[in-house]
Design a protein around this ligand. Structure first.
Ligand code: PLP
Length: 390
């Protein structure tokens, strides 16, 4: 009997959909910097930026306080402002669109491919107007978008690569696939600094603009003034305090070393999940395109609702009762009350994403997951999908 109907649950400790991995080397790295002269704007920020740029094959990396600040800085760097439109896929976290609104621009929501749930280039093409300033491409769940197709429109592309750190496309690492790429270092993401974010680019002028932006719009930082022996500074544009601390960057450097092994591990777990679903008519994993290494921030399946007697939320609740912490990523952004009220977006605008939203579940996948955790997940899924099979 299903746990939700009073049966015995598969497990009693909830298996989360994602979680960070912190070890003693991470702790030691943070401790060392905490006891040093520089807690912020110090040398560890620069060291982390250099290592992150090298790991992603980008010329420059700019560290900021979180992934949302990274997106905001990218919009600022491109000069997005009032009257500008930026095309954003609707199946994403709200921040992918909010960054356009911060700059006074208008997000224009595009539909996604039904198999991969990645931004659909044909949908983008239909939405381009003389006011279109840029495209935000979200590497949903960790699979890189079709950048070659998106580049054909001749517009600057911001890769919201928050899910895809460690992935690649045709041998080129995520972080070097677009004019600007943004990352989040939140604990559920591929690596963490607690809170944190990074923007990568090959354009030194854009990187400089973002370094000024994260520091109130002031052209020199505290360390540069100390080294130059001068107190004088000027503010040249309106910026924010989006600086990431040195002790967070120490954690970032330590985590970055482990990233390649973690991405390999995420892919190994994902392929065992795929093998499980090959024998399940009730749900299917997302389509994977050739030549792309998936960063697998999320393992997303689409339920075959026509083969089930219940809806997604009932499957979610039954899994939860079995001790499986599934999740839903995401409510299409154009359906949020804020966007409907402020920008007049409405249901029916992005039919593929809206239909997918009814079917999607994100299932546990993280490097610290054990074989016993995997067995529990597969047992709970088999139990729930069998009970609700039509
Ligand atoms: C996590 C995430 C963000 C925001 O990152 P924060 O660090 O939480 O601000 C933006 N876009 C996507 C796709 C994300 O997954």
């Amino acid at each position: 009997m299903l746990a939700i109907d009073g049966g015995t649950p598969v497990r009693t400790v909830l298996l989360p959909y994602g979680r960070q991995a912190i070890d003693e080397r991470d702790v030691a790295a943070v401790r060392e910097v905490l006891l040093s002269d520089w807690l912020t704007t110090g040398p560890t920020v620069t060291a982390f930026e250099r290592a992150f740029a090298a790991a992603t094959g980008a010329g420059e990396a700019v560290a900021v306080t979180n992934g949302t600040a990274a997106l905001h800085a990218a919009m600022h760097a491109l000069g997005v402002g009032p009257g500008d439109e930026v095309i954003v896929p609707t199946l994403t976290f709200a921040a992918s669109a909010n960054c356009v609104v911060y700059q006074g621009g208008t997000p224009v929501f595009a539909d996604v491919d039904p198999g991969t749930l990645l931004l659909d280039p044909a949908a983008v093409e239909r939405l381009i107007t003389p006011r279109t300033k840029a495209i935000v491409a979200v590497d949903y769940a960790g699979q890189p978008c079709d950048y070659a197709a998106l580049e054909c429109f001749g517009l600057p592309i911001v890769a919201d690569a928050c899910h895809a750190l460690g992935g690649s496309l045709a041998g080129r690492p995520v972080g070097s696939l677009a004019k600007l790429s943004t990352f989040s270092l939140h604990p559920v993401k591929p690596m963490t600094t607690g809170e944190g974010g990074v923007i990568t680019t090959d354009d030194p002028a854009l990187a400089q603009r973002m370094r000024v932006f994260r520091n109130h719009g002031i052209t020199t930082d505290h360390r540069q003034r100390q080294e130059g022996g001068s107190w004088f500074y000027e503010m040249v544009s309106l910026g924010f305090n989006y600086r990431l601390t040195d002790f967070q960057c120490a954690l970032g450097l330590s985590q970055l070393e482990k990233l390649p092994a973690w991405v390999e591990r995420r892919n190994a777990i994902a392929s065992r999940h795929d093998a499980f679903f090959a024998g399940q008519p009730g749900a299917a994993p997302l389509a994977q395109r050739l030549g792309r290494v998936n960063g697998y921030h999320l393992y997303v399946v689409q339920l075959a609702l026509e083969a089930l007697t219940v809806d997604r939320d009932a499957v979610y609740r039954a899994l939860r009762a079995e001790g499986i912490g599934a999740n839903v990523h995401y409510i299409p952004v154009h359906l949020h009350p804020y966007y409907r009220e402020r920008f007049g977006t409405r249901p029916g605008q992005c039919p593929v994403a809206e239909a997918a939203y009814q079917r999607i579940l994100s299932l546990p996948l993280f490097p610290g997951m054990t074989l016993a955790d995997e067995a529990d997940l597969h047992a709970a899924l088999a139990k729930v999908l069998r009970a609700y099979a039509r």
